[in-house]
Ligand binder design. Sequence first.
Ligand code: SF4
Length: 453
Amino acid sequence: MKVILAETAGFCYGVERAVNLARETAKARGGAMLGSIVHNAGVVREIEDLGMRLITSPDQAKAGETVLIRAHGESRATLDALRERGAEVVSAVCPHVERIRKLAQEAEHEGRRVILIGERHHPEVQGIAGWCSDPLIFENVQEAQKYLQEHPDFAHLPSIMLAQTTCIRALWESCVKFLKKQCTNLKINDTICNATQKRQTEAAELSAKVDAMVVVGDRRSANTRHLTEICRENCGKVLQIESADELSPEFFSGCRVAGLTAGASTPASIIMEVLTTMTEENINTTAPETSESFEELLEKSFKTLNTGDKVTGIVTAIGTTEIQVDVGCKQAGYIPVSELSSDPDVKPEDVVKVGDEIEAYVVRVNDVEGYATLSKKRLDAVKLWEDIETAVEDKTVLEGTVTEVNKGGIVVSVKGVRVFVPASQSGMPKDSDLGQMVKQKVKLRVTEVNRAR
Ligand code: SF4
């Protein structure tokens, strides 16, 4: 049996970051983690062995003790309770979750009611809701429909839609489709995180081409459960397990190809064990179908960005203030709308759409928060200059529009670059009125480039 391992299986960067912070804090200060740092008993035990105890309520924190907040985040009331007890809070909250909290608070500040699409009792949803004054939580489109039937006036009130980071895309889209039609003043922010999106897309594609699919992850993990649901839509034989002990040769009977993926909180060691067992379960085993080793794949998923890098990524969400780009690194990439195009009036959706491949420059990396600010505008400008320089070398004829007359000649805009044409080269008779050329399209050859000016 051939086993295909999903490239996205295992820790996402948010979980990796939280676990590393827990390890460092445990070693340096001991302290406590409020709730399991990840849905994995082995990892929690490891952190406990390093000196950090597990507490389940702020009341259990001691005065002066360091308390680690996990990637899902906590409500304002919980953080207040910890501070009141004199605990020192260390945040391992994933930047994607932090961003949702900020969006929710900003929207409430603008007078909008927050609508969260996600699992009502999930700690992340509870945490975000705990920063809002009166949020609505819908687990599916039916709940949204029921609410609108019972509260028809809500359709005309200002509101904002936000998604749990691990929400199933199809579920989110069905809610968007319905609420967009009903609500007249609705802001929509797709906040499904790029790591989740990539993992779900790969799981859907992989499960559609294999005979059996194995999903590894803790039963309490929402993103693992969602992966299983997605795989079941595409494959008749899907098994969700927590460890290799739950595998049996009977499950794979008659299978030629099996797929393997894992939730965001599944450690690499467990995935490795499952992979090894799956390949050993069958007599005719072959190596997993991947050109890279598992360690190489993990390494790739944790590659980092540096300021000044040119990156290629996939647009995963378009918001009113920024465009989310998956650059295949541990940091999330964002292009502020002001860095998208040199045209200040351009609408983001006119320039890019979700799923587009996009190139950009890294202008700032925030390692603490785990995101990178990107600029397409700056890369476009550099490319433009390169195009003009090539045109000079190749003696290519370019086209532009005359924008102004100045001392000694005219200025022509060629793809946004100002090109000066001396009066003697304008093609107009000496001493004629060059003003009549303004707004006219002209053809020209550039003979000299000066980027500094
Ligand atoms: S799944 Fe996404 S939001 Fe959740 S911790 Fe990982 S990166 Fe962050």
